[in-house]
Design a protein around this ligand. Structure first.
Ligand SMILES: Cc1cc2nc3c(=O)[nH]c(=O)nc-3n(C[C@H](O)[C@H](O)[C@H](O)COP(=O)(O)OP(=O)(O)OC[C@H]3O[C@@H](n4cnc5c(N)ncnc54)[C@H](O)[C@@H]3O)c2cc1C
Length: 503
C-alpha cells in the first residue's frame, strides 16, 4: 500500500516539506524541499535508468493495492561501458542464468524460453538471444548485456566512475576510527594485504549488505535455525554482518525487532558443474499449474502462488518446532516437461543428471515418490486426491490459489479457467526438496530517516550512517511488492547522500 502524502511526511521526519508530484512510469515521484525525489533524480543526474514493470503488488486485494504498475526495474545495461572495470562487476547468481545469460525480469522474455519448442517466433527469439550471448562469452568471458540488480549495480558504478569516484573492491572495512571528540571520522580497511586508514570529512556510511551470512546472528534470529533447521541464502557470501558489527563496536543498536527478520525465499540446493552446489531461488515454478508444495506429512500448507516471502513465512510457521523446515514441490511427468521444476529445465533439456545427483526425486507412483523423499505416502496420496477434485474445475478449494492478480502474474495464462491450478495427472511423478533462504535481512541498525545510526538509548552516533540492508527496513519485516528492498535502499541511500553532501 503506498504511503499517503501525510504518512510520507511523517515518515521523513527531519526532511524538508514533501509533496507528491506525479505517477511516473508506474512509480510515485515526490518532491522533497522543492526537488524531485529519488527516481527522477537518478534518471536525470546519473547513468541509472528504469523501466516500468507490469508486476502487481504482492497483496493487490488489500486496501490501496494495485493490480499492475507500481514497481520499476533497472533498464538493461551493456557493461562494456565500464571498460576495464567490467570484470569487477560480480556476476549474476549462477543458478538463475542460462550458461551465464540473464533473463529480463518480464513474463514476455521468459515466455519465449518456455515456448521455444512450440512456436517459431519463440524459437527464433531464443536462438537470437543465445547467439548474442555465446558471442559475448567468446569475446569477454561473460554475458555483457545485464539486467535487474546486476544492471542497477553496473549503472551506479558507471555513474561513480564518470565522476572520478573510485570503488575499492576486495577492500574489507575492519575498524571504525574515532576522533578526539568520539565522532566517527574514518575506517581502517584491508587493501592488498595492508591495513590502510581512510579519513572521512563528513561521515562514514555503512553499506555491507546486512547479516544473511552472519551465522551467529542468524542462529539467534531465525526460529527455524534455532530448532535445528537449515538456512541456505543465495545472497553474496561476503555479507557477513560486518557493517552491523562495526556499528555495534561504537555503540550502534541493531535489535531483532521484526517477525519477518529477513525477506524469506524458498530455495533448493542446485547441482552445478564440477560437483559444486548452488542456491536456487524458487521464483517461478510455484506459480505454475500442476505444481504443489507439501510438507513431510504429505499435506499442502499454503497457497504456493503467494510471494516468496509469504510462502517462506508459511513454511516456517508450518514446521515450527520441527527439526527441519522444508517442503517438497511435486508435479507429474507432463508438468515437469512443460515448465521444469526448480533448477530442472523444461523438455527437451535432460533430467537424468539431476536425478543421479539426488536433486530431482522420481517415483512411478505418488507412494514411490513419497518414500524416496521421506514424505508420508498416505498423506501425499490423500493430498493429491483432494486437490484434484477442485483442480479439475480450476479451483484450489483449500487455499484459493489463483484468486489474485499477483498469483496469476507468473502462472500460465493459457491454462483456463485458472492459470495457477491444474490437476496432477499420470506418473511418473517428480519432487524437489525446498529449504528456507532469504534475499537479504530486514532487521538491521536503528537509524534516523537521514540514516544516522542510533544507540540503544536513541542517541545519534556522530559521524556514522547506514544504508542498504545494514539499516533496519522501513517495511518492518513485510514484503508488499516487487522491489521492496532495493526501492527503499535506493531512496534512503540518496537521502543520506544528499544530507552528507549538504544539498
Ligand atoms: C537472487 C536475488 C534476487 C533479488 N531480487 C530483488 C528484486 O527483484 N528486487 C529487490 O528490491 N531486491 C531484490 N533482491 C534483494 C536485493 O538484491 C538486496 O536487498 C540488496 O542488494 C541489498 O543491498 P545492499 O547494498 O544492502 O547489499 P549488497 O548489494 O549485497 O552489497 C553489500 C556489499 O558490501 C560488501 N561487503 C560486505 N562486508 C564488507 C566489508 N567488511 N567491507 C566492505 N564491503 C563489504 C559485499 O561484498 C557487497 O558487495 C534480490 C536478492 C537476491 C539474492
Amino acid at each position: 500500500m503506498p504511503l499517503s502524502p501525510k504518512e510520507f511526511n511523517a515518515f521523513c521526519g527531519g526532511l524538508p516539506a514533501t509533496t507528491f508530484v506525479e505517477q511516473w512510469g508506474g512509480a510515485q515521484v515526490w518532491k522533497v524541499g522543492g526537488k524531485v525525489f529519488a527516481v527522477a533524480w537518478f534518471e536525470k543526474e546519473t547513468s541509472v535508468a528504469f523501466v516500468p514493470t507490469l508486476y502487481p503488488d504482492y497483496h493487490p486485494d488489500q486496501p490501496g493495492g494495485v493490480n499492475v504498475g507500481r514497481s520499476i526495474l533497472a533498464k538493461s545495461f551493456d557493461i562494456r561501458a565500464l571498460g576495464k572495470d567490467m570484470n569487477r562487476l560480480r556476476p549474476p547468481l549462477e543458478t538463475i542464468t542460462f550458461i551465464g545469460m540473464m533473463f529480463n525480469s518480464s513474463n514476455a522474455d521468459l515466455k519465449h524460453f518456455f515456448n521455444a519448442t512450440k512456436s517459431l517466433t519463440s524459437f527464433l527469439y531464443v536462438a537470437r538471444r543465445l547467439a548474442v550471448h555465446v558471442k559475448e562469452l567468446a569475446f569477454y568471458g561473460r554475458g555483457t548485456n545485464v539486467t535487474s540488480g546486476n544492471a542497477l549495480a553496473a549503472r551506479l558504478a558507471k555513474s561513480a566512475f564518470d565522476l572520478g569516484i573510485p570503488i575499492h573492491t576486495d577492500t574489507p572495512a575492519r575498524e571504525l576510527v574515532r576522533d578526539a571528540d568520539g565522532r566517527v571520522a574514518g575506517a581502517v580497511v584491508e587493501m592488498a594485504g595492508r591495513r590502510v586508514t581512510i579519513h572521512a570529512r563528513r561521515g562514514v556510511v555503512l553499506a555491507a549488505g546486512g547479516f544473511p551470512h552472519d551465522t551467529a546472528r542468524t542462529a539467534k534470529a531465525y526460529a527455524h535455525v534455532k530448532s535445528g533447521g537449515e538456512h541456505v541464502s543465495p545472497t553474496p557470501a561476503g555479507n557477513t554482518g560486518d557493517g552491523i558489527a562495526l556499528a555495534e563496536s561504537v555503540g550502534g543498536d541493531a535489535p531483532l525487532q521484526f517477525i519477518g527478520t529477513s525477506a524469506w525465499m524458498p530455495v533448493s540446493k542446485a547441482p552445478l558443474p564440477g560437483g559444486r552446489t548452488g542456491v536456487f531461488p524458487h521464483l517461478l515454478d510455484r506459480y505454475k499449474p500442476g505444481i504443489i508444495g507439501v510438507l513431510k506429512n504429505g499435506r499442502r500448507f499454503c497457497n504456493e502462488s503467494e510471494s516468496y516471502h509469504d510462502v517462506g513465512a508459511a513454511m516456517i510457521e508450518a514446521c515450527r518446532g520441527q527439526a527441519e523446515t522444508a517442503m517438497w514441490l511435486v508435479c507429474d511427468h507432463a508438468t515437469i516437461g512443460k515448465y521444469g521444476l526448480g533448477y530442472v529445465k523444461p523438455s527437451p533439456m535432460p533430467r537424468a543428471s539431476f536425478i543421479a545427483r539426488g536433486y530431482l526425486m522420481k517415483g512411478e507412483t505418488l507412494a514411490d515418490l513419497a518414500s524416496a523423499c521421506g514424505i508420508d505416502p498416505a498423506g501425499l496420496e490423500e493430498t493429491v486426491r483432494t486437490y484434484n477434485v477442485g483442480a479439475e474445475r480450476g479451483e484450489d478449494r483449500q487455499f484459493g490459489r489463483g484468486t489474485t492478480a499477483f498469483n496469476r502474474y507468473l502462472a500460465d495464462p493459457e491454462v483456463k479457467p485458472n492459470p495457477c491450478v491444474a490437476p496432477i495427472g499420470k506418473g511418473p511423478y517428480y519432487a524437489v526438496k525446498v529449504f528456507m533462504g532469504d534475499l537479504g535481512t530486514f532487521d538491521g541498525l536503528r537509524t534516523t530517516p537521514l540514516g544516522e545510526v542510533l544507540s540503544a538509548t536513541g542517541e545519534i552516533i556522530p559521524g556514522l550512517f547506514a544504508a542498504g540492508n545494514d539499516r533496519a527496513s522501513i517495511m518492518g519485516g513485510n514484503y508488499p511488492g516487487a522491489g521492496i528492498t532495493l526501492g527503499p535502499i535506493l531512496t534512503f541511500g540518496w537521502v543520506t547522500g544528499r544530507h552528507l553532501a549538504g544539498v
